[in-house]
Design a protein around this ligand. Structure first.
Ligand SMILES: [Zn+2]
Ligand SMILES: [Zn+2]
Length: 278
């Protein structure tokens, strides 16, 4: 199984020479495994680059585990070039919001005057599946979805394939009082996983000002990785104000904290490919 990072930034796309190494595109990660259709986590602006790398000699078929419907996780959809081909199909799994299905919410978002083209008028098809606390299969991938604390209905996902595993918790609210505890559903997703991709948006000072904005401190991500016994922790959903040098320093300090427990810590950057071996 290979995990590729196409967009790693939280909240809003950004661009500046000072963030060139980690990148400014928002959340999009792909998982590839032999014989399987591509599996995506989220559809942020990084999706455009994943789309540009897809083969053009056949219609795209793939699946997305979408955490939630905030802009930074959706904005790549209208620029996903494979949907411009007849016969292409993207299946999207996501939590509904109240009485509105994921399909209703998407069609309401991608329509004039918010976007010039209706989603339904694209040549390719986007199909939607509502999920919550569920277990299901996508091809050979075994998927566990759990509703996790954020702002509004939000899922985290664990994907297992041939004895290898990856968990994606891009937007995860840690306890607002700054303590370290985890909801049972989120812990289910993380326990013993090979790779945990986790919200690492804030320093302690930032969290103190934004404690109910739906995110976690880097220290919390490390605590969760160590508590859950993960093999590799990937710091993800970097705050737009964190430049490359700051992410270098934060991830080095997180790696030093986790070293005694044997957890490897890396910071997600655009273009990073992680192989997950058995
Ligand atoms: Zn986000
Ligand atoms: Zn969010």
């Amino acid at each position: 199984m290979a995990i590729t990072f196409h967009g790693v930034r939280g909240s809003t796309p950004c661009d500046d020479p000072s963030i060139a190494r980690y990148g400014g595109n928002t959340s999009c990660v792909s998982v590839a495994a032999p014989g399987e259709e591509p599996l995506l986590f989220d559809l942020g602006t990084g999706l455009r680059y994943f789309g540009a790398a897809q083969p053009v000699d056949r219609a795209f078929r793939g699946n997305c585990l979408l955490t939630h419907l905030h802009w930074d996780h959706l904005q790549g959809v209208p620029f996903f070039a494979p949907l411009l081909c007849e016969g292409a199909r993207l299946d999207v799994y996501a939590p509904p919001h109240g009485d509105e299905t994921v399909a209703d919410l998407f069609h309401r978002t991608f329509t004039p005057p918010l976007f010039p083209v209706e989603l339904a008028s694209l040549p390719g098809e986007v199909a939607f599946h509502d999920v919550g606390d569920d277990e299901f299969r996508i091809g050979g991938f075994q998927v566990t979805s759990r509703l996790v604390p954020h702002v509004g209905p939000t899922c985290g996902y664990r994907v297992e394939w041939a004895g290898r595993s990856v968990t994606y918790l891009s937007d995860h609210q840690q306890p607002r009082d700054g303590s370290f505890a985890v909801a049972p559903g989120a812990l289910d997703l993380c326990e013993g996983v090979d790779v945990l991709i986790h919200d690492a948006q804030y320093t302690p000072a930032e969290f103190a000002r934004k404690r109910d904005w739906g995110h976690s401190m880097i220290e919390y991500a490390v605590w969760l990785g160590v508590t859950a016994g993960v093999r590799t922790l990937v710091l993800f959903h970097h705050d737009p104000s964190h430049d490359d040098d700051m992410i270098d320093a934060l991830s080095a300090s997180a790696a030093a904290c986790a070293r005694h427990s044997g957890v490897e810590v890396v910071a997600a950057r655009e273009g990073l490919v992680l192989g997950v071996e058995g």
